[in-house]
Design a protein around this ligand. Sequence first.
Ligand SMILES: Cc1c2[nH]c(c1CCC(=O)O)Cc1[nH]c(c(CCC(=O)O)c1C)Cc1[nH]c(c(CCC(=O)O)c1C)Cc1[nH]c(c(C)c1CCC(=O)O)C2
Length: 342
Amino acid sequence: MTDKLLLRALRGETLPVPPVWMMRQAGRYLPEYRATRAQAGSFLDLCYTPELAAEVTLQPIRKYGFDAAILFADILLVPQALGADLTFVQGEGPRLSTIASAADLAKLGPVDEIDATLSPVYETVRILRRELPEEVPLIGFAGAPWTVATYMIAGQGTPDQAPARRLMYGDPQTFEALLDKITQATAHYLIRQIDAGAEVVKIFDSWAGALPGTVFARYAVEPIKTILAAIREKHPDVPVIGFPRGAGGNYAPFAEATGVQGLALDTSVDPAWAAKALQPHVCVQGNMDPLLLVEGGEALTRTARQIRDALSGGPHIFNLGHGITPDADPDNVHRMLEAVRG
Ligand SMILES: Cc1c2[nH]c(c1CCC(=O)O)Cc1[nH]c(c(CCC(=O)O)c1C)Cc1[nH]c(c(CCC(=O)O)c1C)Cc1[nH]c(c(C)c1CCC(=O)O)C2
């Protein structure tokens, strides 16, 4: 359907009211999410149980009427499908087996076996395409190779991604072989999500800002170009949103060099600058501070309108600069929507 607002914006249309969705819109700030997660047992059980993963994807659509749904899964399912051990430690985040050498890398499984683990995700996509309202498109997603590699190398989240940067300098052969493997797996995974019914895909490079400028083109841009080329070959009309979080001065070169249709802005980007420097070339998605959904009040309404108005002259999808946090007040989401749509 060509009249879905999100798809129109991604095709470059300037709309009177921007489509709205939120990163992590299915998540712990919602009591109904917490209930379904408890029913599933663990976060990973939730990701791999298609009926429940579809249910949590639909919860924020029913409650708020967002203009897009995002598949419920995680960027770390790809490493797990490649053979990494993965657990989520309550209150601490992910833990994975680490990759510190060529020998560790050699223990991973082949890319053409990842569907043995990931097929429930494709089933979630198929359920969602049946159950979502006609006007709500489904966004599939994956992590960018660099960001996924940072978790696979360190075995957990790190403040500065130092373990990955050290491997990059100390053993570039292993580092690049890992990046290549993730790139091939990610292209395959996203194509399968689209085959199953995803209408847009988003690539989360949450740690792009940790890549030194000397290697940004090589390790942030190149893998994403490879993934885009593979998608285009099979699905030339499916738009891709890139999120090089923290890229700063590399936002414009990233958009130009990768050719993404949508560029997700983090909170640090000034929307007035984005309107001039980015919007003439690409649909931008951004970028309200998620903390405003905790704090609420006048600041929330004012900032939401400020972003909407600054970006009203070109293609824009209203979103947050990062994921909504578990301490956000669900009522503030209504307030945000009233501010943007009102
Ligand atoms: C880096 C990253 C991850 N996962 C993701 C990223 C990139 C985006 C970003 O920068 O935030 C992406 C992601 N993770 C999740 C989604 C689902 C779709 C949605 O946005 O609603 C998406 C798109 C569910 C999730 N992924 C996770 C949760 C919380 C799990 C829970 O219920 O306990 C959810 C809803 C867990 C997760 N997953 C990850 C971490 C570091 C953590 C632990 C930290 C945390 O708890 O927030 C890895």
